[in-house]
Design a protein around this ligand. Sequence first.
Ligand code: HEM
Length: 191
Amino acid sequence: MKKNYLKPTVFLLLLWPIYVISYQIIFDELGPEPVDRIINHFGEWTLIFIILTLSISPLRKITNSTEWLKFRRMVGLFTFSYASIHMLSYVGLDYRFDIEPLINDVFKKKFVFVGFSAWLLLTVLALTSSDMMVRVLKSYWKKLHRLVYVIAIFGSLHFIWLSKTIFFKPLIYSIIILILLSFRIKLKKNA
Ligand code: HEM
């Protein structure tokens, strides 16, 4: 594939969660609880995208190619967008944009508290993702963007705490995240 087609192609692929949910909305396949379906769809995809973001460094190392780094910002911004759609569908569809019950939930339910904290941290990373911010923050930029590991831990805790009965899926995601975190620690030790 010609190099100038690669980025737009990856961009279209990363829109996959939007295609799936649009199909389900159009063909009335959201099931008996459509609002929960939409919230959960984007929640799960946010976690998958966090995993994709964490996979870029190991992929670079394993394949010995820096090509992967070209997509890091795009994947990161998609992660932030899906987390924001997830949060906005909760606030908008569940609470009709009434902020008070959201604030109550943040302080009363620990799974909402960690989810919200993860979203706030993602916002900081999205706001500092531009080339200009890389130049302004210099060596602090790298340190700041290590917050993605904290976000990943908060994201898996969020999933574990909200799942009252089904633990299989949150467990699988948490194991994948732990493997990627240990890979990162190993890379640092060998550096
Ligand atoms: C990085 C940020 C976040 C990640 C990775 C994330 C991930 C998830 C995941 C994986 C699910 C479950 C999906 C499923 O059952 O298939 C979920 C559900 C949910 N999330 Fe999040 N989330 C995040 C942020 C937030 C925020 C900011 C809020 C609200 C302020 C929130 C509120 C909820 C709610 C209400 C549910 C549904 C719980 C239920 O089924 O009763 N999440 N999220």
